[in-house]
Ligand binder design. Structure first.
Ligand code: FAD
Length: 392
């Protein structure tokens, strides 16, 4: 068919055959596990290891890793599709945001040849996970205030400090740690280190949360953890710039997770509200039930569009901070609205273990707080998009 653009480059909203095939293949694998598997794992706080490995074996965990290291050679656009489809099948995988998005992207982009050789093939196959440790009790959203320090000792680096809410440490071979290596007028100068999870001096304590999540969180104490010179990722003191390069992928994949959760919840709600009849019509015929679902559907589709833009910008080396933040905001709100409307449409069954909706509510609720909270996104948009004075 003749394009209206007459050969000029323009926005193409048609999904490519490759992307449709990728969606179908990922959805097919995730569907073999399904929401019941996810709910059981979430209740037991036990990782979905078999699902992760099945996706890794099929090449989907490393879809954004260069082919030279066994990956799919795609970008964040493809990884976002993978995250969305897994979640839309009712089996969201939180660690894709840290291991596949942040760690793989940062090691690919900034890692030495040796670090890439060591970590990327395992990350690509799904055999290895590298989780991400930035959050600290006394710094929180203010990354420049982190106090975990890495100090040179001869050739080595020695790390001291505390991180908390670090996901998936029990499943991971290594941590990508953000540490302070200096100080300037803005705050800490930051660097990134790869630290094995079995390093001497690294204490790990389970940090229980009341979310129904298969992935567990940890408090980490670094007590004189010694790593060699090969542990530094990228440049010393360039951590802030590098971290920001990695945070956009986390936000974009977090947004994709949210859109997937929303799709799953809306599908479950639409089926239930079409079947369930307590008066003369199915409950879905009542606008009090259908409108919140329709509204959440609109918000979900809008968030999905912004994810495409953000991922495209990142993959084309364009600034993606604004769109990644907006996508993450929109997707978290859409996911929460969708799961909440789905729970309401299920009535009492919305809270029943049998219907398994509560784990998605917890994950959607988490997305409003992490990887970046809603208020810090509003701060970003107010300051950078609207030019308003910085408020904090
Ligand atoms: C289940 C779970 C998993 C996590 N996984 C990881 C992980 O793998 N790795 C990792 O490093 N971290 C992880 N985190 C931490 C997460 O990224 C942080 O909790 C989040 O970034 C917010 O930081 P904070 O909790 O210190 O909140 P704070 O910085 O203490 O902020 C608290 C609240 O105050 C408000 N606020 C703060 N600053 C401002 C401001 N300037 N303007 C307006 N409002 C503001 C926001 O509403 C915010 O939610 C995880 C957290 C949870 C709960």
């Amino acid at each position: 068919m003749m394009s209206h653009n007459q050969g000029r480059p323009g926005v193409d909203f048609a999904e490519s055959d490759e992307h449709r095939a990728l969606r179908a293949a990922v959805a097919g694998i995730a569907a073999k596990f399904g929401p019941r598997y996810y709910a059981e794992r979430a209740a037991e706080r036990r990782p979905c290891a078999e699902l992760w490995q099945a996706l890794g074996d099929a090449g989907f965990i490393g879809v954004n890793i260069p082919e030279a290291y066994g990956g799919g050679g795609g970008g964040l656009t493809e990884l976002a599709l993978v995250c969305e489809e897994i979640a839309a099948a009712g089996t969201p995988l939180l660690l894709l945001l840290v291991s596949a998005a942040i760690s793989a992207e940062m090691i690919s982009e900034f890692g030495t040849g040796e670090q890439r050789e060591t970590w990327l093939p395992g990350l690509a196959s799904g055999a290895v996970k590298v989780v991400f440790a930035i959050t600290e009790p006394d710094a929180g959203s203010n990354t420049l205030r982190i106090s975990t320090a890495a100090v040179r000792d001869g050739e080595d680096w020695v790390l001291n400090g505390t991180k908390y809410y670090i996901s998936g440490v029990d499943e991971a071979q290594a941590l990508l740690v953000v540490a302070r290596t200096g100080q300037d007028e803005r705050g800490g100068r930051l660097s990134l280190f790869i630290v094995p999870t079995d390093a001497a001096g690294l204490e790990k304590h389970l940090l229980p949360v009341d979310l129904l999540l298969p992935e567990r969180q940890f408090t980490l104490h670094f007590d004189g953890v010694r790593v060699g010179p090969g542990a530094l990722v990228g440049e010393e003191d360039a951590g802030f710039r590098q971290v920001f390069h990695g945070l956009n992928p986390e936000r974009i994949t977090g947004a994709a997770l949210g859109v997937g959760i929303a799709r799953y919840a809306l599908g479950a709600a639409a089926r239930y509200a079409t079947e369930r009849t307590v008066w003369s019509e199915p409950i879905g015929a009542h606008q009090g039930v259908s409108h919140p679902l329709a509204k959440a559907k609109i918000e979900t589709e809008l968030a999905a569009l912004m994810i495409r833009q953000a991922a495209w910008q990142h993959d084309h080396g364009q600034p993606a901070g604004e769109s990644a933040n907006m996508a993450k905001y929109a997707a978290a709100e859409a996911a929460l609205a969708a799961v909440d409307a789905a729970i309401q449409a299920h009535g009492g069954n919305g809270l029943a273990s049998e219907y398994g909706l509560m784990p998605y509510w917890g994950l959607a609720r988490l997305l409003r707080i992490a990887p970046v909270n809603r208020e810090m996104i509003l701060n970003y948009v107010a300051q950078h998009s609207l030019g308003l004075p910085r408020s904090y």
